[in-house]
Ligand binder design. Structure first.
Ligand code: ATP
Length: 239
């Protein structure tokens, strides 16, 4: 039996003017799962995440989170509902300190436990604590990715969406980031992971979806997709 769907995306269509980038995709993310969306450049992965976050509006279809339609909810309220987005390119604020960047992730919170979550972010990534007073712009790509993930966790998300966290990272740093994804899952966070690195993303995934030019062309468990001939040929560089 599969976990109850926390997020359900149904027949989603998203356009930029006359260009339809997402052409009717459907997928579900169950509570506690890691779900990976893979596919080449331009497949519509980033557009899908930005639409779930409320930064773009769908032209058709629905997005349901914990039983509630969210496809017309403003972005700042979507964060409050429990969805955090760690964007492509990380988008940290380079002139602000590491700690200031982390605290920005908690801007929607009204409870008094932000200090505790800051400690958790530091525990997850000790380097953030060591350099907490440094401008974030001095960080390497991998460190910036840690900061972006730590910042996203500061909203205490139920669902964490990660857009290409491994982009531009060394294999070692990539491994570190992927291990952290698993740690966050073990601690109860549900994760929607977008990756061009299909192998790494499918190894972690309970479920995966392969996107091509705005459509889901294959889906299955992480293991099924890793061993599928079509996926191996197209995305894992094997013949
Ligand atoms: P990438 O890994 O490059 O982010 P992706 O799978 O995330 O790829 P999207 O970024 O969602 O793909 O892009 C899907 C399609 O939408 C592409 O054809 C892209 O050119 C187009 N697109 C993306 N952003 C815009 C925009 N702001 N205006 C017009 N077209 C866009």
């Amino acid at each position: 039996a599969s976990a109850p769907a926390m997020l359900e995306v149904k027949d989603l269509e998203v356009s930029y003017g006359k260009i339809k980038a997402v052409k009717g995709i459907s997928f579900t993310v169950g509570q506690g799962e890691v779900v990976s969306l893979i596919g080449t450049n331009g497949a519509g992965k980033t557009t899908t995440l930005r639409t779930i976050s409320g930064l773009l509006r769908p032209s058709a279809g629905s997005i349901t989170f914990q039983g509630k339609r969210i496809d017309d909810v403003p972005a700042h309220e979507i964060v409050v509902l429990g969805i955090a987005h760690c964007p492509e390119g990380r988008r940290i604020f380079p002139q602000m300190t590491v700690e200031e960047n982390l605290l920005l992730g908690a801007f929607t919170r009204e409870d008094g436990e932000i200090g505790k979550d800051l400690q958790e972010a530091y525990e997850l990534f000790p380097i953030l604590q060591e350099r907490s007073k440094q401008p974030a712009g001095t960080f390497s790509g991998g460190e910036q990715q840690m900061l972006a993930m730590g910042r996203a966790m500061m909203s205490r998300p139920k669902l964490l969406m990660l857009d290409e966290p491994s982009m531009g990272l060394s294999p070692l740093m990539m491994k570190r980031i992927m291990t952290t994804v698993r740690t966050l899952q073990d601690r109860g966070t549900t994760i929607l992971l977008v990756e061009q690195n299909a192998q790494a993303a499918l190894r972690l995934a309970n479920k995966g979806y392969v996107l091509e030019v705005g459509k889901v062309v294959l889906q299955g468990t992480g293991r099924e997709l890793l061993t599928s001939d079509d996926v191996r040929k197209a995305y894992l560089g094997e013949d």
